[in-house]
Design a protein around this ligand. Structure first.
Ligand code: GRF
Length: 211
């Protein structure tokens, strides 16, 4: 089967990137990571990519003088590597308008809670899990969604629930959600590789698999 070309953007640890690369290598995902872009030159994500021989590019306000130049540089890197699906994996910057337009409905993000709750500006990292715990919700879990101009508001593609336990801390809940992120992200990317996702009326529709 032809492989779907992925470009992954990550700011930090890159454990989701690692899971995606591992699933590609194990043949569980009909995709290949062609480039990894980070806004931090010393991010673990870039090191993980280099360890696999995957082009790893640092692009930030330090390498591009203006937000417009950064937007163009990101888009150029994605195109240069033939990227078909952009995968945000803990990327802490907003994408620029040129990249968003060029990859409309072809940019995924993963969020560590069940959207549309617990998303939006300021909802990142442990803030998300703190908000879930203080709400009294009994379930949480990752959401994979398409990216548009608004934080955490694009069409939902996939979700998975995990229980919130009585003695959870933001750390224990984050760890339980992260395990599911690693499985769910690849599952959703595979749907794109199989051409099963279409966006209609602002919603993502997933076709059943062919037998
Ligand atoms: C994950 O919790 C993801 O949901 C969020 O950022 C975190 C990235 O973790 N968007 P990692 O860098 O993949 O380990």
């Amino acid at each position: 089967m032809r492989k779907l070309n992925l470009g992954v953007l990550a700011s930090g640890g890159g454990s989701n990137l690692q899971a995606i690369m591992d699933h590609c290598e194990a043949g569980k995902l009909d995709a290949a990571v062609r480039v990894v872009i980070s806004n931090h030159s010393d991010s673990r994500a870039l090191a993980r990519a280099r360890a696999r021989g995957i082009p790893a590019v640092h692009l930030s306000g330090k390498t591009s003088p203006t937000p417009e130049a950064l937007d163009r540089a990101v888009l150029h890197a994605l195109r240069q590597h033939g990227v078909e699906l952009v995968v945000l994996a803990g990327y802490m910057k907003k994408l620029g308008p040129e990249t968003l337009a060029a990859y409309e409905n072809k940019i995924l993000n993963i969020h560590p809670a069940l959207l549309p709750s617990f998303g939006g500006v300021g909802m990142y990292g442990f803030h998300v899990h703190e908000a879930v715990l203080s709400s009294g919700a009994r379930v949480s879990g990752p959401t994979v969604h398409l990216v548009n101009g608004e934080y955490d508001r694009g069409p939902i593609v996939a979700q998975r629930a995990v229980p919130v336990l009585e003695d959870d801390t933001p750390e224990t809940l984050a760890a339980r959600v992260l395990v599911e992120e690693h499985a769910l992200y690849s599952e959703a990317i595979q749907w794109f590789a199989e051409g099963r996702v279409r966006v209609e009326g602002g919603r993502a529709r997933i076709r059943a698999p062919l037998d």
